[in-house]
Design a protein around this ligand. Sequence first.
Ligand code: NI
Length: 166
Amino acid sequence: MAKLTILEFPDPRLRTKAQPVTEFGPDLARLVADMFETMYEAPGIGLAATQVNVHRQLLVLDVSEEKNRPHVFCNPRILAKDGIQNYQEGCLSVPGIFADVERANRVTVEAEDVSGKTFTLEADGLLAVCIQHEMDHLAGRLFVDYLSPLKREMVRKKLEKQRRSA
Ligand code: NI
């Protein structure tokens, strides 16, 4: 396994729209393992392939306290959503920045697992937030896109400053 490099805002590669996963073989399994290692070490609760510069519709997440409930979604699509929740989100590609984002409270997602088998999952609360946040990455969207242009510019400057002093 290998730790992967996470792209950071405002890297333009984070704006790439991901292509569907079509090959469910050992290369995909290796990538998924590397993404979990990268996510757990960061530490984070979700990671989209886009963030490690792989532009496929793939995401991994684990919102459990014990870090023992890994989920893999290939080609995720939302079948249904309802309700509204506000959650203070963060992102491994926007380190140290947190902001309230409005999302659906409950989502029903269909996706393929790492072996290509289709499954459906109903999620609410943090898991639902995380799925929607990571799916945004696959479309080239970031949670800071929901902020005002002024706030987003402040985030960009703050990250620039953090990187200079690192
Ligand atoms: Ni993110």
